[in-house]
Design a protein around this ligand. Structure first.
Ligand code: NAD
Ligand code: UDP
Length: 405
């Protein structure tokens, strides 16, 4: 198929593009790079061994959309959105304009260009505090912030569009907590500034970029008192988009699916898994609950399994191992020209590369340590040049915003 992928340079979009190209699709990416880098798309093409068409442009701009649709598009995967919860509270109108305005413009362009298949990135945030878990797709929807509001409104607009246009086929995918990275370590999630989400923060603590993890609350009604979420590997998520595309070909109307594993892990379980995968200590400090947090949210993914034929395949060790491999590669990028051979970071890169030689084979760390356990985080902090201590330098790939959507 000829596919238009909006937001394809971002975290989830770039991983999905690799799979789509590998599956033989022709891909056009429309992205304004407001939260990503074109270098991610170079790496996508390297990984897939196939070119894609990139249009640097905005989904709110009609000319950019017309360029993207020129030449014929069979289906659209719509990732492009702003996704930082905190920012959405401070700048709600920007979120309404970008996310809702962009989606309306996209649907108008689809109609004009005769394209009637759409896969849409929604979020578990539309459930808010669910009454029961695991949550099913027909659970009450109650959003708690402007970002969540945009996801809910976009879902409703797409549903209304499908009702008005019986030839349209749309799939709304409600993602739970995507983590991990491509097993090659070439693309992954790269938060700008201090991460708000758990796993990028844990990875940075393990790498010594940050001294400790703040655990937001250990007094929830969960077995260890910390919050429980449904984490899924970004490659599983990417795979779900391919399944959803097939589904849009087979039928019309609007359908919605949870994408999660159905298994919840607490903050402390995630930390322990990351320590196993990295061989590094992740010091924690218990702090008060984060405002607006909920105790537990997990998916009932049975509908995606029964209808789409999709099921998450990667386990927690793979999620953490791939996240750590990506983080290790990121640390390589942080080595400054003035770093001396033998510094901690150089050692980290060499050790990681020794475990993942070349581009071939299966580079998955499989939860095994990449580093020697005696390479303590504090050593990284000490030996990195001051300007390289945090991720504020030019980023090679997906510069994603701080909060997860
Ligand atoms: P991301 O920020 O890495 O990717 C979004 C991409 O869209 C970026 O490349 C950005 O430059 C682009 N973009 C934003 N506004 C645009 C516009 N007006 N025109 C063109 N391009 C624009 O985010 P992600 O994590 O890859 O998320 C992708 C989608 O999945 C988003 O819709 C997000 O809300 C949703 N989602 C993400 C998560 C998560 O945890 N990452 C969870 C649930 C839902
Ligand atoms: N969390 C934490 N410390 C952090 C970031 C997150 O303890 O620095 C906790 C958070 O309170 C929640 C879980 O980790 O229980 C997942 O948080 P995240 O922001 O990644 O996902 P979301 O809450 O949006 O599902």
């Amino acid at each position: 198929m000829n596919l238009l992928v909006t937001g394809g340079a971002g975290y989830i979009g770039s991983h999905t593009c690799v799979l789509l190209l590998e599956a033989g699709h022709d891909v056009t990416v429309l992205d304004n790079l407001c939260n990503s880098s074109a270098i991610a798309l170079d790496r996508v093409q390297q990984l897939a061994g196939k070119p894609l068409r990139f249009i640097e442009g905005d989904v709110r701009n009609r000319d950019d959309l017309d360029k993207a649709f020129a030449g014929g598009i069979d289906a659209v995967i719509h990732f492009a959105a702003l996704k930082a919860v905190g920012e959405s509270c401070a700048q709600p109108l920007d979120y309404f304009d970008n996310n809702i305005g962009g989606t309306i413009g996209l649907m108008q362009a689809m109609e004009q260009h005769g394209v009637d298949r759409l896969v849409f990135s929604s979020s578990a945030t539309v459930y808010g505090q669910a009454d029961t878990v695991p949550v099913k797709e027909d659970a009450p929807l109650r959003v708690t912030n402007p970002y969540g509001r945009t996801k809910l409104v976009m879902e409703q607009l797409i549903q209304d569009w499908c009702t008005a246009r019986p030839s349209v086929s749309a799939v709304l995918l409600r993602y739970f907590n995507p983590v991990g990275a491509h097993p090659s370590g070439k693309i992954g999630e790269n938060p700008r500034g201090e991460p708000n989400n758990l796993m990028p923060y844990v990875a940075q603590v393990a790498a010594g970029v940050r001294p400790f993890l703040r655990v937001f609350g250990n007094d929830y009604p969960t077995p260890d008192g910390t919050g429980i979420r449904d984490y899924l590997h970004v490659m599983d998520l990417a795979e779900a988009h391919a399944k959803a595309l097939e589904y849009t070909v087979a039928r019309t109307g609007c359908d919605v699916f949870n994408l999660g594993t159905g298994r919840g892990y607490s903050v402390l379980e995630m930390v322990a898994a990351f320590e196993r995968a990295s061989g590094r200590a992740v010091p924690c400090e218990i702090q008060p609950r984060r405002q607006g947090d909920i105790a537990e949210l997990t998916a009932d993914p049975s509908r995606a399994r029964n209808v789409l034929g999709w099921e998450a395949r990667y386990d927690l060790d793979a999620m953490c191992g791939d996240a750590w491999w990506w983080q290790s590669m990121e640390s390589c990028d942080l080595v400054s020209p003035e770093s001396q051979p033998g510094t901690m970071v150089t050692t980290l890169c060499r050790t990681a590369q020794a475990r993942h030689p070349g581009e071939g084979g299966d580079p998955r760390p499989s939860g095994k340590p990449i580093l020697n356990v005696d390479d303590q985080p504090s050593a990284v902090e000490k030996r990195l040049p001051p300007s390289r201590k945090c991720f504020t330098t030019a980023k090679p790939v997906n510069d994603v915003a701080e909060d997860r959507g």
